[in-house]
Ligand binder design. Structure first.
Ligand SMILES: Cc1ncc(COP(=O)(O)O)c(C=O)c1O
Length: 425
């Protein structure tokens, strides 16, 4: 039988781009089909009562999974389409294991609920995606789980101060960061996050789990696990799905770290369905190609915008005008700028709206990371729930427009932006 989990040819390590095409799937188990079928089944037949008992012991967490993984039981716990994609995603991220979820928010919510208890506090970077911000403030707070934010993720001192404030309120169960942040592309120093977790462990006798939302750059341009983060979280709806046609999420890390999350996912049913898993598997084949092509376009577009007189600021990663700390952290953590960034138009919201209404190629929609270019106005949409004063402090000003650059021809994107900026005058 083929070794479906081969990562090397002799001593040569195979690259993710190669492994995304076949890793974890054995055609011999599916009539020789070169691509995995969609396993539309809710339950799996045991060969014996003993096998059923043994498989259940594993999915219920009473026994460790044997080499080769847990047996298939019931599709809320595991199913072949999720296992194939989980194995491939873990390879791309550089993690031991991955878990798929029905959305990015269900990955984040299931993970936080797996580690935080009433009386605990979640220490977090700011800004976070609006849905995560709302989850902490409106859903977890009434269950007695507090949150404490730090705005400057480049400063170890600011992080330590926020950690002290958090510890004064209760046990710090988790440090949750988003780097780069959506929509302003601010970075969080992941080495400082690890150091803060070390300090909290010494101070409170309990190590907070460290979590990083890697949606904007991963898994091609950033690998937080290599910088000491425990669990990486994703909205796979974005770049990994990549075609704006599915909603999904993931958590990745060591098997041991994922175990409480896996058990809670099975208990509350936040697993992803077989069809969406199959679509993700297909998307993984082109992930690196798509992200790199979109990034090349984004460079070109960001450079052009930065030179335009109507543009007051371009918040894109790795630019020369970022401060020295941002440049240091970018060089240490990121291997590319990705292709989502924001711009600030002179003339505030009226100018931003005229510009958005004039775009012909860019589509006016929230979300990001698809093959098509999208533009949105965060202050009136994704971040409209954030109080105006906090929005201002986070840099989500009224003239700010977020662009997600796709894989169209870059000259066409520049032509569209040029005519829309002219219309914004
Ligand atoms: C950075 C980030 N994290 C998480 C989410 C939530 O993901 P989903 O919409 O798949 O639930 C989003 C969605 O926009 C996001 O941008």
């Amino acid at each position: 039988m083929a070794d479906t989990h081969r990562t090397h040819l002799g001593s040569h390590a195979l690259h993710p781009e190669t492994l995304m095409l076949g890793y974890g799937y054995d055609p011999a188990l599916s009539e020789g089909s070169v691509k995995p079928p969609v396993f539309l089944t809710s339950t799996f037949v045991f060969r014996s009562a003993e096998e059923g008992r043994d498989y259940f012991d594993v999915v219920a967490g009473r026994k460790a999974a044997p080499e080769g993984g847990a047996g298939l039981v019931y599709s809320r716990f595991n199913h072949p389409n999720s296992e194939i994609v989980e194995d491939r995603l873990a390879i791309h991220e550089g993690g031991e294991a991955a878990l798929l979820f029905s959305s990015g928010m269900s990955a984040i919510a299931t993970t936080l609920l797996a580690f935080a208890r009433p009386g605990d506090v979640v220490l977090h970077s700011q800004p976070l995606y609006g849905g995560t911000e709302t989850l902490l403030a409106r859903t977890l707070a009434p269950f007695g789980i507090g949150s404490e934010g730090f705005a400057d993720g480049l400063s170890a001192a600011a992080m330590a101060e926020a950690a002290d404030r958090a510890r004064a309120r209760g046990r710090v169960a988790a440090i949750m960061v988003e780097s780069p942040s959506n929509p302003t592309n601010t970075l969080v120093d992941l080495a400082a996050v690890k150091a803060t977790a070390d300090q909290l462990e010494a101070a409170q006798g309990h190590r907070p789990v460290t979590l990083c939302d890697n949606t904007l750059l991963g898994p091609v341009f950033q690998h937080p696990l290599a910088h000491g983060i425990d669990v990486v979280l994703y909205s796979l709806t974005k770049y990994v799905g990549g075609h704006s046609d599915l909603v999904a999420g993931a958590a990745m890390g060591s098997r041991a770290r994922l175990q409480p999350i896996r058990l809670l996912r099975g208990a509350i049913g936040t697993q992803l369905d077989p069809h969406s898993c199959w679509m993700l598997g297909r998307s993984l084949e082109t992930l690196s190609l798509r992200m790199r092509a979109a990034e090349r376009n984004a460079h070109q577009v960001a450079d052009w915008l930065a030179a335009h007189p109507r543009i007051a600021a371009v918040h894109a990663l790795g630019r020369e005008d970022a401060g020295p700390e941002a440049r240091r952290v970018y060089a240490a953590q990121c291997s590319g700028m990705g292709s989502t960034f924001s711009i600030v138009l002179r003339g505030g919201q009226p100018a931003a709206f005229r510009f958005l209404n004039a775009l012909q190629i860019f589509k006016l929609a929230v979300s990001l990371g698809g093959t098509e270019s999208l533009a949105s106005h965060p202050a009136s949409t994704t971040h409209s729930g954030v109080p105006a004063e906090l929005r201002q402090r986070m840099g989500v000003v009224d003239g700010l427009v977020r662009l997600s650059i796709g894989i169209e021809h870059p000259e066409d994107l520049v032509a569209d932006l040029a005519q829309a900026l002219a219309a914004a005058d």
